[in-house]
Design a protein around this ligand. Structure first.
Ligand SMILES: Nc1ncnc2c1ncn2[C@@H]1O[C@H](COP(=O)(O)OP(=O)(O)OP(=O)(O)O)[C@@H](O)[C@H]1O
Ligand SMILES: O=C(O)c1ccc[n+]([C@@H]2O[C@H](COP(=O)([O-])O)[C@@H](O)[C@H]2O)c1
Length: 204
């Protein structure tokens, strides 16, 4: 890849990956003229509270299936293979080391952006990548709490979908067709994911 390659990073638990993630990444890729967007499934997402998260390999494979048709999308195992709790400061340092010529753009939804000052080594994050906050139904997008110029705010097509709602629908026997890519529906069925679980509480 040539110098000054522009790489978007879409970090997430992706349990499961859904069309809200894909539309946000696609919109940012086009708006920021990114050469590629790397989806980075978390290892252990330490801020997901006490709920049980699906095995990392399942979340990784669903993300591979979901992104396979877009030549600008790829999936990195960097957070999974590092092991332990996932901190974005490590993600960005590892990706910078792997791609020293690249300019990094870290994509977050409005809900994640609002929490960012509580992340590990938050003060370092803005020196490692430019942050892009995207709109998400049910959440307010703003950057008043963040350093000037560190974040771009972007309106993306509104997709009122959450992984929690997808898991809940599967647990209740309701369809998730068209909320997640077809291959992800098939993967969930094949691996019998989310069949028995406590119902979550996302607004969507
Ligand atoms: N519908 C959506 N629109 C825009 N951004 C989204 C949407 N869903 C998730 N995101 C963003 O994608 C990233 C990864 O999200 P994550 O994998 O936690 O999905 P989630 O739907 O928020 O999951 P959960 O319901 O389990 O908390 C976060 O930055 C999040 O804000
Ligand atoms: O670095 C942290 O402390 C940190 C805390 C919470 C979330 N993150 C990152 O934010 C992204 C979205 O996380 P999540 O939990 O909303 O799926 C993902 O890349 C996480 O690794 C990072």
């Amino acid at each position: 890849m040539s110098a000054n390659c522009r790489i978007g990073i879409m970090g997430g638990t992706f349990d499961p990956v859904h069309h809200g993630h894909l539309v946000a990444a696609s919109e940012v890729q086009a708006r920021f003229n990114l050469d590629e967007v790397i989806f980075v499934p978390t290892g252990e997402p330490w801020q997901k509270g006490d709920r049980e998260v699906s095995p990392a390999e399942d979340r990784y494979l669903m993300t591979v299936v979901a992104t396979a048709s877009n030549p600008r999308f790829s999936v990195s195992r960097v957070d999974i293979d590092r092991g332990g709790p996932t901190y974005t400061v490590d993600t960005l340092q590892d990706l910078r080391a792997a791609r020293p010529d690249a300019e990094l753009f870290f994509i977050t939804g409005a809900d994640a952006l609002a929490q960012i000052l509580g992340w590990r080594d938050a003060e370092k994050l803005f020196g490692l990548a430019h942050f892009i906050g995207v709109t998400r139904p049910g959440y307010t997008l703003d950057d008043h709490h963040l350093p000037d110029g560190s974040v771009s705010l972007v309106e993306v097509p509104a997709m009122a979908i959450s992984s929690t709602a997808c898991r809940d629908r599967v647990a209740l026997g309701e369809p998730v067709w068209y909320l997640v890519p077809d291959g992800v529906v098939q993967y969930i069925q094949k691996r019998n994911l989310y069949a028995e679980r406590t119902i979550g509480c996302r607004p969507e």
